[in-house]
Design a protein around this ligand. Structure first.
Ligand code: PLP
Length: 365
């Protein structure tokens, strides 16, 4: 049996007619940037997150960059981020000219360990970016408390966790501002690149709206040296259709995860866990093993496609060699990078396929 790592087919089949109909509607309207679809999506997504403002933008990296710019974070400033995340989190900090400071994760949730944050704070620290990695929220109460005590902004990187809950509250409503990606493979994905900032901060929202549109608060008046990062009408229209289904699709992911969690019993495989404060939306189902290379080869031989999120931690990437952080400095991020492996996880994967993955894993020794 061949099982892809991800497939959009079942999801897109379900809404194919709606998507095609919407395409025709937008096409015939001949209005492609900053129109009704974007406005409606922003309203609906803010409401979905339980926040006041949503500003569509080009992608998830831009969303984080725009938030940092909105808060005037720049050269000389430091921003605390988890050592275990996708590189976009760090790049957003670098793009505004600030310095990313890496803090190690908790090995149970893979998210930033709040107990280690205070040690990393200096007089230059301006913000903490909490990443809700793999679909599970970071421990936001702890993080917010530390931020409040030290007068720091809290930014959520919610690119992997659309719709997940922390103590009953949606991600996107838990810090000062949050960045979302709608890259096609995310839980809420466009049919191309797209992103959004969600916040309750009115002033920040207005500034970001201008910065993302050439720094313009009204046509041909430029009050900031802005950038061009816009969500377009077509992607917004597609996202509106998908947003209506998101809770359903996330619930399906939760069922798939439960089947994996119950079914996988091989003692050499470390399974993921859900924190008691979390409603995990399983963007990724990540297991760990010390024999990852052999395990990967074995799964591939049995037709099961996997991905590794992520094989090299940011501090050891060529892009960050100027930080001169030696191997061994962030041992947990390094350990995770050597051991993690993501199993197939997508809406519509069949029970037969799930059981095949489980059986194949349990037969490995
Ligand atoms: C995908 C992702 C991003 C970046 O999103 P893009 O839309 O690809 O720019 C940022 N942070 C995390 C954690 C992500 O997974």
């Amino acid at each position: 049996m061949n099982i892809p790592f991800v497939s959009f087919e079942p999801m897109h089949k379900e809404i194919e007619n709606e998507l095609l109909h919407k395409f025709k509607e937008v096409y015939e309207k001949n209005w492609f940037i900053h129109g009704e679809e974007v406005e409606q999506f922003e309203k609906e997504f803010a409401e979905f997150c339980g926040s006041h403002y949503c500003i569509g933008c080009g992608n998830g990296l831009d969303a984080l960059y725009l938030i940092l710019r909105g808060y005037d974070i720049g050269p000389g400033d430091e921003v605390i981020i988890p050592s275990n995340t996708y590189i976009a989190t760090a790049l957003a900090v670098s793009y505004v000219g600030a310095k990313p400071i890496f803090v190690e994760p908790d090995l149970l949730t893979y998210n930033i360990n709040p107990c280690l944050i205070e040690k990393a704070i200096t007089q230059n620290t301006k913000a903490i970016i909490a990443v809700h990695l793999y679909g599970q929220p970071a421990d936001m109460d702890e993080i917010n408390q530390i931020a409040k005590k030290n007068d720091l902004k809290v930014i959520e990187d919610a690119a992997q966790a659309h719709g997940s809950l922390y103590n009953g509250k949606r991600v996107g409503s838990l810090g000062d501002a949050s960045g979302f990606s709608f890259y096609p493979g995310k839980n809420l994905g466009a049919l191309g690149d797209a992103g959004a900032v969600v916040t309750n901060d009115k002033e920040l929202a207005a500034k970001i709206r201008a910065v993302a549109n050439y720094g313009s608060d009204q046509k041909y008046h430029h009050i900031y040296k802005g950038t061009n990062s816009r969500l377009d009408e077509l992607q917004a229209a597609f996202l509106r259709i998908k947003l209506k289904n998101l809770d359903n699709w996330n619930d399906e992911r939760r069922k798939i995860a439960q089947k994996y969690l119950r079914g996988i019993t091989n003692p050499t495989i470390e399974k993921p866990s859900e924190a008691e404060f979390a409603k995990h939306v399983w963007h990724l189902f990540v297991v760990r093993t010390e024999k990852r290379d052999e395990f990967t080869k074995y799964l591939n031989q049995h037709g099961i496609a996997i991905t590794i999120h992520y094989p090299i931690p940011m501090h050891l990437q060529g892009a960050y060699k100027e930080l001169a952080i030696k191997e061994g400095t962030l041992p947990l991020a390094e350990k995770i990078s050597h051991e993690v492996i993501s199993l197939p996880m997508w809406y519509g994967i069949s029970d037969k396929e799930i059981n095949y993955v489980i059986e194949t894993i349990n037969n490995w020794r």
